[in-house]
Design a protein around this ligand. Structure first.
Ligand code: NAD
Ligand code: UDP
Length: 345
């Protein structure tokens, strides 16, 4: 029997790529998304890639009645929970919005799942839950917390809630996926990351410089204690990350309790290395200036991803060059993101 998966936030960057991986693995996907940070065109593009329909419910995860309807009328087997707000800087300006959407939203989802008897959940967590003092590489057994912004705290809080919920309900099975830095796009060039306004993240910013939308990149600090003075992060291809969700779904199938997994490559790459790799992949020079450090940035972190390998059978296969080539294809072919077209079929 085909298993139906509810994907909250499925129109977003990671969600849309995960829909492709899910459908290719034989799952049927149902999406709820408020489109507050995404476009329905992403879902139309997913259908073009896979040739399979995605059932879409526009709406907010805090709408309990809608969730009840979706879970029951589709006989949902498991849930992948991406929906939430994700801009670190904005979370300090609008903490209540972040706790509302990310924490209260997750609670409504959990209540609805409980009522409908849905027992399996994959949650989008983040490397940010390790906080500012954790030694690298980050390993899942480290203590979490000590987060430095409401976004990170909201992820940490949902992890705690899920652990408590699974401890109380012996049937619940939860995978907490702690993502490192997802980049890249589907190789078709049809779906990719489409930030609204000025991008906060490095790769979307570089890609917009390359396509002429921004004048130059600001590198936030070159005086960190790293080999070239710029920060190190663990960048992984979004299609690898998408497949990680399929592996996690398969893993939780016959487990109970909560388990955390780092999804990263295990390798730290500097901002300057990213700039060079992008230039090489695209053939486009990226002008940059060195700007002051960005508040809250950590000098260097990367994953110990060995647990995902041994337990889930997952490794990040795609290398830096592929990440850059695919980012560039998406940006070049969609310079205005999904906005250029209003509807497609
Ligand atoms: P995204 O903004 O592209 O996707 C999130 C989706 O959720 C969007 O389509 C948005 O419209 C929707 N949404 C937001 N609030 C909603 C609500 N209350 N109800 C219904 N839909 C809602 O972000 P993304 O990069 O795809 O991230 C997906 C998840 O992964 C998020 O939870 C994010 O915090 C987490 N994460 C992302 C990264 C990253 O670097 N992109 C890293 C670690 C964790
Ligand atoms: N960065 C940068 N210029 C930018 C955006 C990001 O130099 O315009 C740097 C940032 O300081 C960090 C790295 O790129 O060292 C990755 O930043 P991003 O926001 O993409 O990810 P995160 O900080 O969440 O790891």
């Amino acid at each position: 029997m085909v298993r139906k998966v509810l994907v909250t936030g499925g129109a977003g960057y990671i969600g849309s790529h995960t829909l492709v991986a899910l459908q290719e693995a034989g799952f049927e996907a149902v999406v709820i998304d408020s489109l507050c940070n995404s476009s329905e065109i992403a879902l139309q593009r997913v259908q073009r890639i896979t040739g399979k329909p995605v059932r879409f419910y526009p709406g907010d995860i805090r709408d309990r009645r809608l969730l009840d309807q979706i879970l029951t009328e589709n006989k949902i087997h498991s849930v992948i929970h991406f929906a939430g707000l994700k801009a670190v800087g904005e979370s300090s300006q609008k903490p209540i919005d972040y706790y509302q959407s990310n924490v209260a939203g997750s609670l409504v989802l959990l209540e609805a799942m409980q009522e409908a008897g849905v027992k399996r959940l994959v949650f989008s967590s983040s490397a940010t839950v390790y906080g500012s003092e954790a030694p690298v590489p980050y390993v899942e057994t480290l203590q979490t917390g000590n987060t430095s912004n409401p976004y990170g705290t909201s992820k940490w809080m949902v992890e705690q809630i899920l652990q408590d919920a699974a401890a109380a309900n012996q049937e619940l099975s939860v995978a907490l996926l702690r993502y490192f830095n997802p980049v890249g796009a589907h190789p078709s060039g049809l779906i990719g990351e489409d930030p609204q306004g000025i991008p906060n993240n490095l790769l979307p910013y570089i890609a917009q410089v390359a396509v002429g939308k921004r004048k130059e990149l600001s590198i936030f600090g070159d005086d960190y204690p790293t080999s070239d003075g710029t920060c190190l992060r663990d960048y992984l291809h979004v299609m690898d990350l998408a497949i990680g969700h399929v592996r996690a779904l398969e893993w939780i199938e016959d487990k109970v309790g909560t388990e955390a997994f780092n999804l990263g490559t295990g390798r730290g790459i500097s901002v300057l290395e990213i700039v060079r790799a992008f230039e090489q992949a695209s053939g486009v020079p990226i002008p940059y200036t060195v700007a002051p450090r960005r508040a809250g940035d950590l000098p260097a972190f990367w994953a110990d991803a060995s647990k995902a390998k041994s337990e889930l059978g997952w490794v990040a296969d795609l290398g830096l060059e592929q990440m850059m080539v695919d980012t560039w294809r998406w940006q070049r072919e969609n310079p205005q993101g999904y906005n250029a077209t209003h509807s497609e079929s």
